[in-house]
Design a protein around this ligand. Structure first.
Ligand code: PMP
Length: 334
């Protein structure tokens, strides 16, 4: 029998998909790791299980304990489902600006969802900072204790990606890979994959893809954490060097605007049947830019993070897109 063991056993081993349009346009192999096919619907299932298993091994998370986390949504969904499968309750703190679809999903799966205003990290009311405070409180009051998952600075996140995502990409490409690029939320995916691939092939190119509104491009290109502009994408963009990013073997960075990325994701849906979210748009556009830079004949891998249906009310909403002066998919324009 070829059977996976429940939700946990179904995380990872996702397909690597050749993206026809971007590959043709560049003369390269542009390959997308189909993380939207994880059982919780996103790349963050991997971080969720890596963090939970690490906390169990360290004896921090006890049977019947509570997992607390601040998240743009996908990590909360991953943790909520992992928690359901393993018998932990989850308390999720999320900025109220995130998509309605992710809020609905978090409630549907039974997490205890706390919405907070979107505040900068320096403010103690910021969703990440508040989740840490809440975890400390619950650790005192919950009968079986509570942990703070701390996906941004808990390196179990990138270690999980190094042990799984990175190895899978190496195996699936048979080592025929010239570059890897993706955007950063926590940095777990980029750093973990980068660490695994650099170990196999030291001259592989690792490029950080940054949406507008994020400070990382300026940091890696000019040594200064500085953000400009904004983006409708969710789950990516960062204003500081997280512990997951610290020391990661990143060669360079490039910036991708929503205006250039969104048409690509609309094309991938209409022409190739792949319904992807906004961070995947940034990633695929970055892969195209890296491929153009390398020239024809190269293989560039990126991450297809989650499904477009998670952003129906934004990314695929003509009214919302027009309001933001962004391109509208032709079949949705009325
Ligand atoms: N895309 C989406 C949709 C996400 O939710 C996240 C996680 N915040 C990312 C990309 C970035 O992944 P990472 O946290 O591993 O940098």
């Amino acid at each position: 029998m070829d059977v996976r063991d429940g939700f946990i056993g179904s995380i990872g081993n996702t397909p690597l998909i050749r993206l026809e349009g971007p590959s043709k346009a560049t003369g390269c192999n542009i390959l997308g790791k189909a993380e939207f096919l994880n059982p919780g619907g996103s790349v963050k299932d991997r971080a969720a299980i890596a963090i939970v298993r690490d906390a169990e091994r360290r004896g921090l998370l006890k049977p019947g304990g509570v997992i607390v986390e601040g998240t743009a949504g996908n990590t909360g969904i991953g943790l909520g489902l992992v928690g359901n499968a393993l018998g932990y309750r989850t308390v999720i703190v999320m900025p109220e600006t995130q998509s309605q679809e992710k809020k609905d999903m978090l409630r549907l799966i039974g997490t205890d969802l706390r919405l907070v205003p979107a505040l900068p990290y320096a403010n103690p009311g910021n969703y990440v900072r508040y989740s840490e405070t809440l975890a400390k409180e619950l650790a005192e009051t919950e009968p079986n204790g509570a942990i703070w998952a701390n996906q941004f600075d808990n390196v179990a996140n990138r270690e999980g990606h190094a042990a799984t995502t990175g190895q899978e990409i190496w195996r699936q490409t048979g080592g025929r890979i010239d570059a890897f690029t993706c955007a950063v939320g926590t940095g777990g995916t980029l750093a973990g994959v980068a660490m695994a691939l650099k170990e196999k092939k030291p001259d592989i190119r690792i490029t950080l893809a940054d949406p507008l509104g994020s400070a990382l491009y300026n940091y890696y290109a000019h040594g200064e954490l500085k953000a400009e502009g904004n983006s409708i994408t969710e789950g990516i963009g960062q204003g500081r060097i997280t512990k997951n990013l610290e020391g990661a073997p990143i060669d360079d960075a490039l910036r991708v605007t929503d205006e250039e990325a969104l048409p690509l994701v609309f094309d991938l849906l209409k022409n190739e049947g792949l319904c992807l979210g906004g961070s995947s748009a940034i990633n695929v556009m970055a892969a195209v830019k890296v491929a153009q830079d390398l020239g024809p004949g190269h293989t560039v891998v990126t991450i297809l993070c989650d499904f477009g249906t998670r952003y129906q009310s934004k990314l695929f909403n003509p009214g919302f897109l027009r309001e933001k002066n962004l391109p509208v998919p032709s079949w949705l324009a009325d």
